[in-house]
Design a protein around this ligand. Structure first.
Ligand SMILES: *Cc1c(COP(=O)(O)O)cnc(C)c1O
Length: 424
């Protein structure tokens, strides 16, 4: 149905001037078929496309919109900020307030610096980790996404404990060779890397709740093991909480698992829908950054007053409304609803708070390599039909769904029913 309308016309124009017609590849509908839907506006839990169709949104701009689309207080805060100027290239009050807010909520974050994307946050955190330790190697995990910086676009080859190979064209081997790839949920794979390279490893970086390749919830003991082994070898532990920060609770995954990493990265929620990322951690590490230290890091629009205002307003509403208990309650309700129907139970649901993932296999996967394509294929096939019935899911079975405080139980029920009927 959507192949002939205004979205199709816009997509045809887009592909002539924008590669693939999209500014981020995940937005293309390659996995699910058809053309991407062009969006006109969003409100609460709803998206409205350029043809006036309405969808209940479970992509929520990939995570930032924890209060739903166009929350009036966030929109108003942005409008007020805009009236005073778009950017100053000089410090402003809002960045101090946002930094104070975050450091007051997350104990181990003594200092924080703002950037304009999650990619930048991770890139900078890794740089400061290398600068602080004087070491070059980093360890990442197969299936974890940390933005598109060269040295982090590395997936696991078949061999553990081998040097990474680039998974993107355009990344020189020399850039990627300092990235070691381990398996999630495997102490052995991490141990092997430390046995061979321990003295050279600057940092281990992980999404403590990996949510970019399905939702691969880890054993708390595994995360604790990472804390211990990095300590033993004088390496840093970096939690990439660009998705989970201020999404699963005030202290993110680190609070949930009671593990203090040395550095953490944020994005998505803390920008309230504006381009914001941040990295922070122990003061002695962060003090290595220029202008106080030798690790250079900068940004024309970093700490941008309009973006900071959106973040502050979002966190302010979250605090006032105490939204985490509601997100948990509604998330649990949705999880149950998705599985209550005999037919729908063909999907299983992995969930942490308001992050949900549909999969279809007996054993809940904990590693990227364990994900079976059957469930992914089923999801991808169902996607178009779900759109036709007003349910907007992320356009790939490897992506997680998000709920927001704007979703109602009625909407979750409806979506669960539609998903059930579509799963047959
Ligand atoms: C989204 C994401 C990033 C990258 O953030 P961008 O703002 O897209 O650059 C990094 N790490 C994780 C865990 C993410 O989910």
């Amino acid at each position: 149905m959507n192949n002939n309308g205004e979205s199709k016309r816009l997509h045809d124009r887009a592909v002539r001037v924008i590669p693939g017609g999209v500014d981020s590849p995940v937005r293309a509908f390659q996995a699910v078929g058809g053309n991407p839907i062009f969006i006109d506006r969003g409100e609460g839990a709803f998206l409205f496309d350029v043809e006036g169709r309405t969808y209940i949104d479970f992509c929520m701009s990939w995570g930032p919109l924890i209060l739903g689309h166009s929350h009036p207080e966030v929109v108003n805060a942005v409008k007020c900020a805009v009236d005073s100027g778009l950017t100053f290239g000089a410090p402003c009050r809002a960045e101090v307030e946002l930094a104070e807010f975050i450091t007051s909520k997350v104990g181990f974050v003594e200092k924080i610096r703002f950037v304009s994307s999650g990619t930048e946050a991770v890139m900078s955190a890794v740089r400061v980790a290398r600068g602080f330790t004087g070491r070059e190697e980093i360890v990442k995990f197969d299936g974890c996404y940390h933005g598109h910086a060269d040295h982090l676009l590395v997936k696991a080859g078949s061999g553990l404990a081998t040097f990474g190979t680039p998974s993107s064209a355009g990344v020189p081997n020399d850039f990627a060779k300092h990235t070691l790839v381990a398996e999630l949920d495997s102490e052995d794979s991490v141990r092997e890397l430390f046995d061979r390279h321990g003295a050279d490893i600057a940092a281990v970086i992980i999404e403590p709740i990996p949510a970019n390749c399905g939702l691969l919830v880890q054993r708390p003991d595994f995360l604790k093991y990472l804390r211990q082994i990095t300590k033993d070898f004088g390496s840093l532990l970096i939690f990439d909480e660009v998705i989970t920060g201020f999404r699963v609770g005030w202290g993110g995954a680190s609070e949930m698992y009671d593990i203090a990493p040395d550095l953490v990265t944020y994005g998505k929620v803390i920008g309230g829908g504006m381009p914001v990322g941040a990295f922070g951690g122990r003061g002695e590490i962060m003090d290595k950054l220029a202008p106080d230290g030798p690790v250079y890091q900068a940004g024309t629009l970093s700490g941008n007053p309009v973006a900071m205002a959106a973040g502050l307003a979002t966190l302010g509403v979250m605090q006032r409304e105490g939204i985490f208990s509601r997100l948990e309650e509604f998330g649990a309700y949705f999880e149950t609803a998705l599985q209550r129907d005999e037919r729908a139970s063909r999907y299983s649901v992995a969930r942490v708070g308001s992050i949900l993932w549909l999969y279809r296999q007996k054993q809940k996967p904990t590693r990227a390599s364990q994900i079976q394509s059957e469930g992914i294929d089923m999801y991808n096939h169902a996607h178009r039909g779900l759109l036709d019935r007003g349910i907007y899911l992320p356009p790939s079975g490897y992506e997680v769904m998000f709920t927001s405080s704007a979703h109602t139980l009625d909407q979750l029920d409806l979506a669960a029913d539609v998903l059930s009927s579509q799963a047959c």
